[in-house]
Design a binder for this molecule. Structure first.
Ligand code: PPE
Length: 304
């Protein structure tokens, strides 16, 4: 990864090398921490954070779901993020706020341990590769199911939830694919290891309903943009075989942005290259995040 100079840690900027924690950090052992993934893009008016308020809100809602008390306010986190971007002189970056339990008591009751909060910013290019963004990626339906809604809290971006994602991702990569697609325990399509899923069939865009998956902010942006383009969007259950016969498919997320999918389980999707609707959505999305579409100006939080 491309390192930056400073990390915001519990209210102050510390040097990247000095941002360290104790080996008994509770979250390192048991996984109960919450995090966000946000992107800042360069615009004509300077760096702007895409849908910053929605990401901060989800960060706090994640904490709320898992009983964690956030020791900073939303506005403090927002200002701290600006501070970190400026201290590192970044124009475009990925932003990773994380809240986690410190050392103290061990065992499975963490609420008496201090909550640490850090904000880390660094330059992160195309998550699934530049080539993937242009030509599409190859996916595999994972042998691992996505979380049951009463096993893990899927609306919360909890550190420990990502063990399941990593099992799927490792399996897919070791088998020669770029990314894993995960099914719910009932067999319907859920999400990628770190992205939401969309297909296009007969001109209609389809994505699974939010039950059981992370309520992606990029997913919401894509739905809004698509509807504004006059396209029909359906939030409905998708079966595995419906993916195989889709005309187009793409994944979306903060890190993955809009990444086309050209093959799933060795079946070519559509023409085997990004389809017209996927390309149109990508084109508008990249204009929106870089402040080139006034209709979505309210989605940008300019770094002050
Ligand atoms: N589902 C999952 C499981 C997920 O992790 C993400 C984001 C999404 C959907 C899309 O959500 P949103 O970013 O709000 O559109 N995954 C983050 C972590 C990636 C990582 O490898 O770390 C991200 O994209 O930042």
């Amino acid at each position: 990864m491309i390192k930056a100079d400073y990390i915001w840690f519990d209210g102050e900027l510390v040097r990247w090398e000095d941002a360290k924690v104790h080996l008994l950090t509770h979250t390192l052992h048991y996984g109960l921490g919450v995090f966000e993934g946000i992107r800042c893009y360069n615009t004509k008016k300077g760096p702007a954070i895409f849908r910053h308020h929605e990401h901060i809100e989800r960060f706090f809602k994640s904490a709320h779901i898992v009983y964690m008390k956030m020791p900073f306010s939303r506005e403090e986190i927002r200002k701290a993020t600006f501070e970190t971007i400026k201290a590192n002189n970044l124009k475009e970056c990925y932003i990773r706020p994380i809240a986690f339990y410190a050392e103290g008591a061990m065992g499975l009751y963490p609420l008496n341990n201090k909550v640490h909060v850090a904000i880390i910013c660094w330059e992160w290019g195309a998550y699934l590769g530049d080539e993937g963004l242009k030509k599409g990626i190859r996916c595999k339906i994972s042998s691992f199911n996505r979380h049951h809604i009463n096993v893990s809290m899927t609306k919360a971006k909890v550190c420990g939830n990502y063990v399941n994602s990593q099992l799927a991702k490792i399996e897919a990569v070791e088998d020669g694919y770029d990314e894993a697609l995960m099914l719910n325990v009932d067999g319907t399509v859920a999400e990628g290891s770190g992205e939401n899923i969309f297909i296009v069939r007969k001109g209609i865009i389809k994505t699974p309903p939010v039950a059981g998956i992370l309520e992606g902010i990029t997913r919401d942006s894509v739905i809004t943009i698509a509807k504004d383009l006059g396209l029909e969007v359906k939030e409905d259950l998708i079966t595995r075989d419906e993916i195989y016969i889709a005309d187009e498919m793409f994944l979306c997320g903060t890190a993955a942005e809009i990444t086309p999918v050209r093959e799933v389980d060795r079946r070519v999707i559509g023409e085997g290259r990004p389809g017209p609707i996927t390309r149109k959505l990508q084109e508008v999305f990249f204009k929106v995040v870089r402040g080139e579409d006034p209709r979505y100006e309210h989605w940008l939080d300019y770094v002050e």
